[in-house]
Ligand binder design. Structure first.
Ligand code: AHM
Ligand code: MG
Length: 332
């Protein structure tokens, strides 16, 4: 019952995190600190994104930024910022990031947590001014502290997540996260430099009339997927596909709907990554009353084998995900 924990709209993110921590008498505050580190990095990345349209103009006056580094692509900058924040924060021993092939050891061998992160998803949308996002997932390490984190620490099933969230850099910037007691959304106020609680206890509608899938690949959809898409059309659903996962997910979370990235000829295991795209959003959607599946199995129960593995995903309103699963089962 997370209602007793309700805090009013307008509460700052820092205060919210602090107050939630008080509700867990044995919490040491390390997870709270970690969430604050992520929020701080998000503010910095948000600033960089807002300036990005100006970079070419500024570049005309020399291609180096204030640190004397050559201008880098925003997804690289975001990766550097989040890793730096997690390293400086001290709570995280090991990170897996979409931007790095290998696990990243922070040097904080006492850190109790591991983080999987997509620092800037949808980066192909940056140049055209479309919303992009950061997605993160937090696990408690299973190996003893005092040494580097291990592959086993980083390859836990989604059911083991202790927190997950995303930041959407959109018409406004928001951070949405869960620690397993419901989902809360915070909107960033630029002039004050703070996130404020704007979407307390988000519940996703049990059903909806939006379907989000890249239908350009429909020739290679499996029969069950094709049947579900047809089912959406038969009911006159709205097709909405930004091609930026966080933006598509966020809209459907609030309005009701389903996002699908199935297996296709080009992407035989789907395109999205289990550890830092599918699992964190699955945790959030379940906490909001929705569902996430690879078509056959609950996303969060998939046993990960590789840090960067992909999986098909059907995520959103409970009824729609169940209908998709039923049509896939029927076609098999
Ligand atoms: P990225 O991690 O390389 O940015 O790719 C992930 C993105 C998602 O944001 C989006 O949902 C998906 O790729 C779109 O893929 P497609 O263009 O194949 O529809
Ligand atoms: Mg990505």
């Amino acid at each position: 019952d997370h209602n007793k924990l309700a805090l009013p709209v307008g509460t700052t993110l820092d205060r919210f995190i602090m107050r939630k921590q008080e509700d867990f008498p044995y919490a040491t505050g390390e997870l709270s600190q970690l969430l604050r580190d992520i929020a701080l990095a998000a503010k910095i990345v948000n600033r960089e994104i807002n300036r990005s349209g100006l970079i070419d103009i500024a570049g005309a006056y020399g291609s180096q930024n204030v640190q004397g580094e050559d201008q880098q692509k925003l997804d690289v900058i975001a990766n550097i910022r989040f890793i730096r924040a997690l390293r400086n924060g001290g709570e995280v021993c090991t990170i897996i990031s979409e931007e790095d092939d290998e696990m990243i050891q922070t040097g904080n061998n006492q850190g109790k947590y591991v983080v999987a992160i997509d620092p800037l998803d949808g980066s192909s949308n940056i140049d055209v001014n479309v919303s992009i996002g950061t997605i993160f997932s937090i696990y408690r390490r299973v190996s003893p502290t005092g040494r580097e984190g291990t592959a086993a620490d980083c390859l836990q099933p989604g059911t083991h997540q202790v927190a997950a969230g995303y930041v959407i850099y959109g018409s406004s910037t928001m951070m949405v996260y869960t620690t397993g007691n419901g989902v809360n959304g915070f909107t960033y106020e630029h002039s004050l430099g703070e996130f404020f609680l704007s979407h307390p206890d988000i519940q996703t509608p049990q059903t909806g009339n939006i379907y989000s899938i890249n239908e350009g690949s429909s020739d290679s959809f499996a029969p069950g997927v094709a049947a579900f898409v047809q089912h959406c059309k038969n009911q006159n659903f709205s097709a909405r596909y930004i091609g930026s996962l966080v933006a598509d997910f966020h809209r459907n979370l609030l309005k009701g709907g389903i996002y699908i990235y199935p297996a296709t000829a080009k992407a035989p295991n789907g395109k999205l990554r289990l550890m830092y795209e599918c699992n964190p959003l699955a945790f959030i959607v379940e906490q909001a009353g929705g569902k996430s599946s690879n078509g056959l199995q609950r996303t969060m129960e998939i046993e990960p084998k590789l840090p960067h593995e992909r999986c098909p995903v059907f995520i959103g309103s409970k009824d729609l995900v169940e209908q998709a699963e039923a049509l896939i089962a029927k076609a098999n």
